[in-house]
Ligand binder design. Structure first.
Ligand code: SAM
Length: 259
């Protein structure tokens, strides 16, 4: 996969040199190219922002440098463009999977009050453009949001994770874990500061271990993200799931969480 990132702070992306993503880049699974937006500004101060039309506080990123920067990349083809913004659609594991299937992504990092909206309108008529939010809070710029998305997407690329099964068991993973959070995990020693590892995990009984993990995933989801359970497809629940949720006073197929 090729990822291009346009930003006024390309140095923000040093973390993409390390760990899994760094190794994927070394192997050539991931080709990350960083671009300084100011290289496309056309005044001596390399200005990329101006005051907002309609007044108000802050500055808005000018369309001309963005247009010139993006046009220069489009000489190579048509990437899918992703623009981080708190007013975008939520970034989810499902969207990470979808983006991981693309051959080429272009991330455009806003700063100040964001990018002049005509940039998204201009390229939206030529490319697939997604405005995406990583959460209901406001960052100072799109760089950290792009780091989050690049890591979530990069770890899904074939060969990036040592064990591809990890992805299947992750919280939110499509399939059995859709809308569920992963339960607690443990490693050696079996007792640490008098805290014991649940005996079932050391039983060697794979069926019981799988059932325990599933129960813990349901319990944790109900405890911290009940709204996820409420929107779970009831068809994904087996009779053990239903019995456990019944014990926990959660009514399947109802938005009424009585726990
Ligand atoms: N005035 C904007 C608003 O209220 O929607 C916030 C602009 S924010 C200070 C500057 C930049 O940070 C945005 O253009 C975007 O690139 C990035 N950003 C901030 N919060 C974000 C979030 N939750 N998800 C994705 N990007 C975010």
């Amino acid at each position: 996969m090729r990822i291009d990132i346009i930003s006024i702070f390309p140095e923000y992306f040093a973390p993409l040199d390390v760990s899994l993503i760094g190794k994927a880049r070394e192997r050539g699974t991931l080709d990350v190219r960083l671009h300084q937006l100011r290289d496309w500004a056309n005044d001596v101060h390399r200005t990329v922002d101006d005051t907002p039309y309609g007044g108000g506080p802050g500055m808005v990123m000018k369309p001309e440098p963005w247009g010139a920067a993006i046009d220069s990349l489009l000489a190579d083809g048509s990437p899918r463009m992703v623009v981080p913004t708190p007013s975008g659609r939520p970034f989810t594991q499902e969207l990470a999977q979808e983006l991981a299937a693309e051959e080429w992504l272009l991330f455009c990092c806003g700063r100040y009050e964001g990018i002049d909206s005509r940039v998204m309108a201009e390229y939206g008529s030529r490319l697939r453009v997604d405005e995406v939010s990583i959460g209901d809070y406001v960052l100072a710029g799109g760089e950290v949001a792009v780091l989050v998305m690049a890591e979530a997407i990069g770890r899904l690329l074939p060969g990036v994770l040592g064990n591809a099964c990890s992805v299947v068991d992750d919280s939110f993973a499509p399939g059995a874990m859709q809308n569920l959070l992963e339960g607690p995990v443990f490693t050696k020693p079996p007792v640490w500061r008098s805290h014991e590892v649940p005996p079932v995990l050391m039983s060697g009984n794979h069926g019981k271990v799988a059932r325990w993990r599933r129960d813990e995933a349901l319990r944790r989801t109900l405890s911290v993200r009940p709204e996820l359970l409420a929107s779970l497809d009831p068809a994904t629940l087996d009779k053990h799931d239903r019995r456990l949720l019944d014990e926990l006073s959660f009514r399947v197929g109802s938005e009424d969480v009585a726990n």
